[in-house]
Design a protein around this ligand. Structure first.
Ligand code: AKG
Length: 260
């Protein structure tokens, strides 16, 4: 299987393990990108409806601090920042479960693989979206009995330097979580670590795929291109992972590799 992959699995994993990210190159075909872009717009506009999709509208100010929570779908607009649970949509499900990603996920987790989340991060053409601050994707906030470590980020549009590309602090994943809770990196750690002095920008063309370690510090800025910047991010889990949440019934995670 590995010999047929259009990327070098061993090199990608070595880079991801050392630096917390790895570029896999342009893997998503142009027709697939059109289908995914059209579909996410149709979902945002209410033309395609799936029960249980999570929406978060973006701010008009571009400030992360101004985001509102818990409102869900607020009507047809391309101004959503996050659209989550995309495994419910067959076009996205096909990419989430694509055999291209199976050897990677199996190598990272050492066995079967489930899905924690699959979502589009959108920076709308009209507003440029918002600044996403330095953060890590894990910790108590995620409610899991073990830490996830593999996210596969696919650019649905070009994301150039001034167009909301990802920015990452290489090697930052090696020091683990900054806070037990996870999420946004707090001010004292930012002052201590000065991440912008060590970070790399990852400009991409549509179709490019980047592996992101959940504990790598990453962020993205507003886009200044006047064009939409949509990206699908998929967090895979070790299939042995259990949900620890107490307030609601524990989640059971969707089986990705193998599906049966
Ligand atoms: O696409 C972005 O702007 C942010 C992506 C991100 O934070 C993630 O995939 O965890």
């Amino acid at each position: 299987m590995a010999a047929e992959l259009p990327y070098d699995l061993a090199a990608a994993l070595a880079h991801y393990r050392e630096h917390g990210y790895a570029r896999l190159g342009k893997l998503a075909e142009p027709e697939r990108l059109v289908r995914m872009r059209d579909r996410i717009d149709a979902i945002m506009m209410g033309a395609v409806v799936h029960e249980g999709i999570f929406f978060q509208r973006d701010t008009d100010s571009g400030r992360y601090e101004d985001l509102s929570y818990g409102k869900g779908y607020e009507g047809p607009t391309l101004g959503y920042r996050k659209v989550e649970k995309l495994e419910k949509d067959p076009i996205f499900l096909e990419w989430i479960t694509h055999p291209l990603f199976e050897p990677l996920a199996r190598e990272v987790y050492g066995g079967d693989v489930t899905l924690y989340r699959a979502l589009v991060f959108n920076k709308a053409a009209e507003t440029g979206g918002s600044n996403l601050p330095w953060h890590q994707d894990g910790g108590d906030f995620w409610g899991l009995d073990r830490e996830p470590s593999l996210q596969v980020w696919t650019a649905l549009d070009d994301a150039p330097l001034d167009g909301g590309c990802l920015e990452i602090v290489p090697g930052s994943h090696l020091r683990g979580l900054v806070t037990k809770l996870g999420g946004v990196v707090p001010e004292p750690a930012l002052l201590r670590e000065e991440p912008e002095k060590k970070s790399v920008f990852l400009p991409v063309e549509a179709g490019e795929v980047i592996l992101v370690h959940n504990h790598a510090w990453h962020r993205s800025s507003r886009s200044k291109t006047g064009l939409p910047r949509r990206a699908l991010t998929v967090c895979y889990l070790d299939a042995r992972t259990e949900c620890r949440r107490k307030k609601r019934a524990p989640r059971s995670f969707f089986k990705v590799f193998p599906r049966a």
